[in-house]
Ligand binder design. Structure first.
Ligand SMILES: Nc1ncnc2c1ncn2[C@@H]1O[C@H](COP(=O)(O)OP(=O)(O)OP(=O)(O)O)[C@@H](O)[C@H]1O
Length: 657
């Protein structure tokens, strides 16, 4: 099944309680510390830096993860995914390194060119074109080579990034599908889907950025600093004196803006959550005529978020303005100090030009690095979240174990006690003992919440009993192959059949992917579904789901019955298959079920007692145990719980009339 369908299937069973969480690790703190170290650069590069800083303080998407601890990044898993891309990655790193080295050369070459130009304007000697040609051509070649290298490493990196992200998605999806049902009881569907989508996306973009820009920025910062020192140790010294002041101011403003941004993002998430809930439950909202109330609630949250974002906008504007002033002052100061060095012949015009360009490169690179450090922290957190479930081993394996060579279909719940893993203290079944002879139909009845569906879940081996055993033909199902058990032995027809957004024929074929069209048609005939399917213009190829046909409850159930029959299971579980249908549909479904029952061991779980009087045996479940067992007539005669249930139900239906 597709992940959303699998998750949706079990979402109703989940979240009864959550394990106590460790105190959450706050990744932002690391980012803050690193931003403090690199703050000055942010102040030093004007508009561009301000833009970078905005990126740093505004993560792309905040999805509330609840009070979950931040999972550790799994380097071993990452290495496994990265290894096949190693050659492409190393080539990309080499190209990026080459581009960065060329970038360091550019200011020096520019200086040479300026020196040639200024010498010519001063002396007017020789041919201008000839004088300028050499350094200009060299510079052009450098630009060309730098462009080529940049293009090369970006192509390679994006290939590596996409492939690693694709492998991450596939392994995570596979690992999630392998998990047992108890896992889905404890985890929220939204959180899992989020890991497959935005966390992988976040990790991928961080990975690409860190490799490309990180390497480049680091090389350029170190290289250009050396160039600065080489051009003028005195001017470089002056720059280093100004640095600490810029570090302090940059870090302070940056941390303030980050706080504002985080608050604004949380507010956006709150507003989105509200809209999500209202749109997701639109029928309930409409049924209670709550549209205007929802609108008011949403407007209030959106207004709050707009207000916070406006304050943030003002903060960024001030920061940007300040950055511009500081940048220009640095340029001015460099020209001022450089001019005085020029007058004492300690510096040429070309060297001053080189110094200015190189110092800009340093500032830009450092600003990039401060953004990148935030990105590293975010990328590691996102990666940690993706890897958290990737190496998780399910307690109940997906396959492996014995297959019975000859199958009769006798079931025995042998003194089974069971509590859901999410609610260990709450015993749903207590020494539950029930033997279902092969080929017989047994109906389970009892109060709502009494544990009927739990019995079916144990037979499917969605969970293992806490005590006792479930046996098939006398063999504990824990030693049987779960995929054989679920895929071939047991057919499960749920009270809320889930159909997928594909054609009807594919939905039925889900029961046995290798079934021929003729077999699918035969199953549909058995399930009393063939005639209504053929009444659609596109027959079996009718698309279901959001962009296709929506089936009625009874039609859905008949498609689900056909799907279950296609695998020709020895055991059939019917979980309240005939509830919530009108009389006509119920009759159609009932005909299908009666046909489906023949020759199979059947466990029916039902509330509507009228539909199960045909069962060979009826079991009344009370307080997690078998309270009564017998035929419909036996139990009526006995005048116990079953007779009581029948009386109450008759009373209710009379009152309803
Ligand atoms: N996935 C789950 N995790 C934790 N507790 C659960 C889970 N599913 C069911 N329960 C609890 O187990 C008990 C039995 O539930 P079960 O669904 O088996 O009852 P039921 O007899 O089938 O009820 P109904 O007839 O209303 O469907 C209930 O108290 C329910 O709250």
């Amino acid at each position: 099944p597709s992940l959303p369908a699998t998750l949706a299937n079990y979402s109703r069973l989940r979240n009864a309680c959550r394990p106590p969480w460790r105190s959450p690790w706050k990744p932002v703190k690391k980012g803050k510390l690193l931003a403090v170290l690199l703050g000055p650069a942010v102040l030093g590069v004007g508009v561009r830096a301000a833009r970078c800083q905005v990126e740093l303080i505004a993560p792309p998407l905040i999805v509330p993860q609840g009070a979950r601890p931040e999972p550790e990044f799994n380097w071993a898993e990452f290495w496994k995914l990265l290894r096949p891309q190693l050659i492409a990655l190393l080539t990309a790193v080499l190209l990026a390194f080459g581009a960065a080295l060329l970038n360091i050369r550019i200011p020096l070459m520019l200086g040479e060119l300026v020196n040639v130009v200024s010498r010519y304007t001063r002396e007017h000697a020789g041919n201008y074109l000839q004088e300028v040609q050499g350094p200009a051509l060299k510079l052009l070649c450098l630009y060309g080579a730098q462009g080529l290298l940049t293009c090369g490493y970006i192509v390679l990196l994006s290939r590596v990034g996409e492939r690693v992200a694709g492998s991450m998605r596939k392994s995570l999806f596979f690992s999630l599908l392998r998990q047992d049902v108890a896992f889905f009881d404890a985890e929220k569907t939204g959180l899992l889907v989020n890991r497959l989508t935005s966390d992988v996306q976040e990790f991928k973009s961080s990975f690409k950025q860190v490799i490309s820009q990180g390497l480049r920025s680091l090389t350029q910062t170190v290289g250009c600093f050396l160039s600065l020192y080489y051009i003028s140790p005195k001017l470089t010294g002056l720059l280093l004196v100004v640095m600490p002041v810029l570090v302090g101011s940059g870090a302070l403003i940056g941390s303030f803006l980050r706080k504002l941004s985080r608050r604004a993002q949380e507010q956006v998430a709150r507003a989105t959550g509200l809209a999500d809930e209202a749109l997701g439950n639109v029928r309930t909202v409409k049924a209670f005529a709550m549209e205007s109330r929802e609108m008011e609630l949403y407007s209030a949250e959106v207004d709050k978020s707009s207000g916070q974002n406006e304050v943030l906008g003002v903060g960024i504007a001030v920061f940007q303005g300040l950055s511009n002033v500081v940048l220009n002052c640095i340029v001015l100061g460099t020209i001022f100090a450089g001019g005085s060095l020029m007058s004492s012949k300690e510096l040429s015009a070309g060297e001053l030009m080189s110094f200015l360009v190189a110092s800009q490169t340093v500032q830009r690179s450092m600003a990039n690095m401060s953004v990148l450090f935030g990105q590293v922290v975010r990328g590691l957190s996102a990666g940690g979240r993706v890897f958290e479930f990737m190496s998780l081993e399910p307690t109940i394996p997906l396959s492996g174990g014995f297959k019975l060579p000859v199958l009769r279909g006798e079931i025995h719940f042998k003194d089974v006690s069971f509590s859901y893993p999410t609610r260990p203290g709450h015993e749903v079944l207590r020494s539950f003992d029930l033997r279902i002879p092969h080929g017989k139909t047994v109906a389970l009845v009892g109060q709502s919440g009494g544990g009927k569906s739990t019995v079916a879940a144990l037979l499917e081996r969605f969970y293992d009993p806490t005590e006792g055993a479930v046996q098939l033909d006398g063999v504990d199902i824990r030693i049987l192959d779960p995929s054989w058990l679920r895929g071939e032995v047991i057919g499960f027809i749920n009270q809320e059949p889930v159909l997928f957004g594909t054609t009807i024929i594919e939905n039925i074929r889900f029961g046995r992917p290798d079934a021929t069209d003729a077999e699918v048609h035969e199953a549909a005939i058995q399930a009393n579904a063939d005639s209504f399917i053929r009444s659609f213009p596109e027959g079996y190829n009718t698309m279901l789901g959001e962009r296709g046909v929506t089936l009625s409850g009874g039609q859905k159930q008949r498609v689900a019955i056909a799907r279950a029959l296609l695998k020709d299971p020895k055991i059939l579980i019917l979980d309240e298959a005939t509830s919530a249908l009108d009389t006509e549909s119920e009759r159609a479904v009932q005909v299908a079920l009666d046909r489906a029952r023949s020759g199979r061991t059947v466990l029916v779980i039902a509330h509507r007692l009228s539909t199960i009087s045909e069962a060979d045996f009826i079991v009344v479940l009370s307080k997690g145990q078998v309270a009564e067992f017998g035929t419909h007539q036996d139990l009526l005669r006995r005048g116990g719980l079953y007779a009581d249930l029948i009386r109450r139900q008759n009373q209710e239906s009379q009152e309803a009339q």
